[in-house]
Design a protein around this ligand. Structure first.
Ligand code: PLP
Length: 355
């Protein structure tokens, strides 16, 4: 249990008005959670303080060798003003998997969840209430030693910042176009693909720009060894409905184990679908698109929750999924999972945590 000191700001900011366009990741709340780590002392000085600049040495290790990790989750508000988190224990566990991979000291999972809960409670009035909006939560840890040698840092900062964010889809779910990348790769088994860390994103920008230039919004990665098996999309996991079955790449060390992915698998099994976590080759996918057995494609991640895919581009071919519209199951999953998150439907899994 953390002993969290709270220091309130003397100059609160104007909160966005209802109806105001929020977008994603531009607006930040009045306070943040901060905690230090020092070797020999452990994690200490947990505090909620005004959102402000942090001061670091230009030699701080995070700037040079990228020793950092992050998480992404959301807080939601229902019509009665109740605030909820969605499966925060999953983020706390995954944070420690990332920490272990990056030689960052672990944070006890109950402390991670407590820190998220406390800072969101302080900023409860910042959780927007327009349909589809939420408070995005960004916990992260950076290496802060003033040292240019390559080694794990002996000091760290754990910070949680909060950002009210708009509806991902302004006017209902909209299908996206996806670029299957066959030149650049994101991650390999044995690397850091399963950890949520900035390095994976730095490595992804080149292909992201290429896909954008080609008129597609996201990249679908193939495996780094054979460039043959489907891995995941930019910041989402990927699902296919093929001949009535739900298929998604298995967790193999190079893809990120999404909380939304895990939730979709559980919901599909609960609804009686046959579900397969396995290797899927791009050739199998293209063949399924050609013979009509590829019925639906969607991405899963905290930001968009469920993101319908309307077309896939591989080499010189653009394949339209179904009639390019939103699949029936895709829509049903979106409605059900967001229904749990926003407190609109019963939660048979116990995923919703009331603040
Ligand atoms: C965060 C992330 C996801 C989605 O994970 P969720 O827990 O569902 O938000 C998928 N892929 C990558 C690379 C990610 O960073």
């Amino acid at each position: 249990m953390l002993d969290i000191r709270i220091e309130k700001t003397a100059t609160p900011k104007q909160k966005p008005a209802p109806g105001e366009k929020l977008g994603f990741g531009h607006v930040f709340t009045d306070h943040m959670f901060v905690m230090n780590y020092t070797e020999g002392k452990g994690w200490h000085d947990a505090r909620i303080v005004p959102f402000e600049r942090i001061s670091l040495s230009p030699a701080a290790m995070v700037f040079h060798y990228g020793q950092e990790m992050f998480e992404g989750m959301k807080a939601y508000k229902d019509e009665k003003g109740n605030a909820y988190l969605f499966r925060p224990d999953m983020n706390a566990k995954r944070a420690n998997d990332s920490n272990d991979r990056l030689c960052i000291p672990r944070i006890p999972e109950e402390d991670f969840v407590q820190a998220v809960e406390e800072v969101v409670k302080v900023e409860k009035d910042w959780i927007p209430t327009d349909p589809g909006t939420s408070l995005y939560i960004r916990p992260f840890i950076i290496a802060t030693d003033e040292f240019l040698g390559v080694a794990p840092s002996k000091t760290y900062l754990f910070i949680i910042i909060l950002s009210p964010s708009g509806a991902y889809y302004a006017s209902g779910l909209a299908p996206v176009g996806i670029w299957i990348e066959d030149e650049y790769v994101r991650a390999v088994k044995g690397g850091i693909g399963y950890a949520k860390t900035g390095g994976n994103y730095a490595a992804s920008l080149k292909a992201q720009v290429k896909a954008h230039d080609g008129g597609f919004s996201q990249v679908l990665w193939l495996d780094g060894v054979e460039r043959k098996y489907i891995e995941e999309v930019g910041a989402m996991n990927i699902f296919f409905k093929i001949n009535g079955k739900i298929v998604t790449p298995m967790l193999n060390g190079s893809i990120l184990p999404g909380v939304t992915r895990n939730s979709v698998l559980q919901v599909c099994r609960h609804w009686g679908y046959e579900v397969e976590e396995r290797r899927i080759s791009v050739d199998e996918l293209v063949a399924a698109a050609h013979d009509g057995s590829l019925e639906e494609v969607f991405g899963t991640g905290t930001a968009a929750v469920i993101s319908p895919v309307g077309k896939l581009r591989f080499k010189d071919e653009v394949m339209t999924i179904g009639n390019g519209d939103i699949g029936t199951l895709t829509q049903k999953l979106y409605d059900f999972i967001t229904g749990i998150q926003w407190g609109k439907v019963e939660d048979p899994f116990g995923w919703r945590v009331t603040l």
